[in-house]
Design a protein around this ligand. Structure first.
Ligand code: 5GP
Ligand code: ZN
Length: 109
């Protein structure tokens, strides 16, 4: 049996999460612990544990970026993928963070 996965559950509608965007490949919803005034997660419907494991999925990865740009419309924003423990990944279902509504420093922490 597959490992339990919180994002698979959310994508499957288990908690009635409000989707800000959805299509046949991915959904977008607000992060439960926002790090900026706007903090949206773009999540593929299919379970891939991390970016490194989905490197061949060019079409899907392109879609995630495209949706990231669409959900924030014309505002300045930052896109983040935490890939692996040292990069800060905590949920092992591929996702793109889309952050906006404040200034972001560089380099990142
Ligand atoms: P990561 O640390 O893996 O890059 O990002 C995981 C993100 O998922 C975190 O920003 C965390 O706040 C968010 N998150 C974890 N569990 C849930 C949940 O049940 N619902 C929502 N909306 N976001 C979640
Ligand atoms: Zn999953």
């Amino acid at each position: 049996m597959a490992e339990p996965c919180i994002f698979c559950d959310i994508v499957g509608g288990k908690y009635g999460t409000k989707f800000l965007y959805e299509d046949e490949a991915c959904v977008a919803f607000a992060d439960v612990k926002p790090m900026a005034p706007t903090h949206i997660l773009v999540v593929p419907r299919e379970h891939h544990p991390r970016l490194q494991a989905a490197a061949e999925e060019e079409k899907l990865l392109g879609r995630l970026m495209s949706v990231a740009a669409k959900v924030v419309k014309d505002r300045d924003f930052r896109v983040v993928v935490n890939d692996g423990a040292d990069a800060g990944q905590t949920v092992y279902h591929l996702h793109v963070h889309v952050l906006s509504g404040r200034h972001f420093g560089w380099p990142p922490g």
